[in-house]
Ligand binder design. Structure first.
Ligand code: FAD
Length: 399
């Protein structure tokens, strides 16, 4: 289904654009001074505007001269005369000296809404596996659906909608619920024909009656049997996409099922041998859960860490078992605070992306930790974060 090569710059669909901005590092001087290419210097990188019909030739020249392309993005024709990619924003006034640089990532063809609620794709459940081990709390299932009968394709970090059967309290058909995709674009079977989710069954006591209530869609999903039909919409979402740069630093902060998109990231980085994406950067996962048996995908995560000790770091916050520095429960924000100085150094690198996914409200503690570290360097975290967001290097999806 999804063709990675078609997703690269040459196939971009930006209207009217056949000119691209290349960000290059490590060039020897003679190309930097090449008058045909109009380089623009910024923090060690050199930028070239390249017409579509010279892309191949340019790649060869850059490689010959020892350069490395770390980003390609399309420019509109109007943009070519003014190609400086620095984001000059009001937020940058009075911002820290070490301002983040823009993430020059290749534009992908991002699939969205291939299937809409009025005509969903009807897939089949292939497997439904419990992820919480004995002694943990709640129910979380890893589900895989067959996509072979349609055209649903997606990228890591996107979500799909699920329409549960039946009607709501007003007698109307149930509305879709969104779920982060937990598999890579190639699917768990690596045949481009499946999509996987990580779903927690919503379960709570009714605040007035005290009655146990189960969520409609999450209960439907958690109860699926192999062979059952499921109505799927989407994909949706551009907030949580992974940059193409294989040297990037990817910081991931997850609580509970917030691990779903990061499972997709880590599988793409470390489990699949993708010719178009050989990850050599640093991935650092902070994962907050209540109990050790609630660490979803624990064995696989730790196996990856054993195999790639230089490229993958795992930091758990296990709130009901571990204690923070002041003797309280260990939440993800406590781990962020413990590592805030290093995280602050990392987020200042131009190719660092930070992702937050999971429980609503988890950002508050993360900001507090980052704020303390930034202020030690005389920086204002909320101003700095605005720039990171503008540069699409600070990604949040909480629910
Ligand atoms: P519903 O039957 O719709 O019930 C939800 C309602 O119950 C709430 O609106 C609220 O009114 C009420 N409620 C909930 N908790 C309480 C409480 N403690 N006390 C009182 N009332 C309460 N979920 C996952 O499991 N995995 C994912 O990967 C995932 N990804 C998501 C990605 C995005 C972008 C978004 C927006 C959401 C994601 N969700 C995910 C959440 C998911 O969409 C559903 O919201 C969730 O499964 C609950 O749906 P439901 O139909 O089971 O619950």
């Amino acid at each position: 289904m999804y063709n990675p090569s078609a997703a690269n710059g040459a196939a971009n669909t930006v209207s009217g654009s056949r000119v691209f901005l290349y960000e290059v590092v490590g060039l020897r001087q003679n190309m930097e001074s090449d008058r045909l290419s109009y380089p623009i210097r910024r923090s060690g990188s050199v930028f070239f505007t390249v017409p579509y019909n010279r892309m191949g030739e340019m790649v060869q020249r850059i490689t010959r001269l020892g350069g490395k392309i770390i980003g390609i993005r399309p420019l509109t024709m109007e943009g070519t005369g003014n190609a400086t990619p620095a984001a000059s924003s009001p937020a940058s006034e009075g911002a820290p000296k070490s301002q983040p640089q823009p993430a020059a990532k290749a534009e992908l063809e991002i699939p969205v809404n291939i299937y809409r609620p009025n005509k969903p794709y009807v897939g089949k459940c292939l497997s439904n596996q419990e992820m919480v081990r004995e002694g943990g709390e709640g129910t979380v299932r890893h589900l895989t659906f067959d996509l072979s009968g349609g055209d649903l394709r997606y990228l890591e970090g996107q979500s799909i909608g699920i329409i549960p059967p039946g009607t709501d309290s007003k007698g109307k058909p149930q509305k879709l619920r969104l779920y982060s995709i937990a598999s890579t674009r190639h699917g768990d079977h690596l045949d481009d024909k499946t999509v996987s989710l990580c779903v927690r069954r919503l379960e709570y006591k009714h605040p007035e009656t005290g009655e146990q209530v189960f969520g409609v869609c999450s209960s439907f999903l958690c109860g699926l049997q192999p062979g059952d039909d499921v109505k799927i919409t989407g994909p949706v979402g551009k907030e949580m996409l992974l940059p193409n740069d294989p040297e990037a630093t990817i910081i991931m902060m997850a609580t509970g099922t917030g691990i779903a998109p990061f499972r997709a990231f880590l599988w793409r980085m470390f489990k699949e041998n993708n010719p178009d994406y050989q990850f050599k950067g640093l991935a650092w996962l902070f994962f907050g859960v209540a109990y050790t048996p609630n660490v979803l995908y624990k064995d696989e995560l730790e196996e990856l860490q054993r195999q790639f000790p230089d490229n993958l770091r795992l930091t758990y916050a296990i709130s009901r078992e571990q204690k923070n520095a002041s003797g309280g429960k260990m939440y993800i924000q406590d781990r962020i605070a413990e590592n805030a100085d290093e995280l602050w150094q990392l987020v200042q690198k131009p190719n660092t992306h930070t992702y937050i996914c999971g429980l609503k409200g988890m950002e508050g503690g993360i900001d507090a930790g980052m704020s303390a570290a930034a202020s030690q360097s005389g920086a204002n975290w909320s101003e700095y974060q605005k720039i990171l967001k503008k540069q699409e290097r600070w990604h949040v999806e909480t629910y």
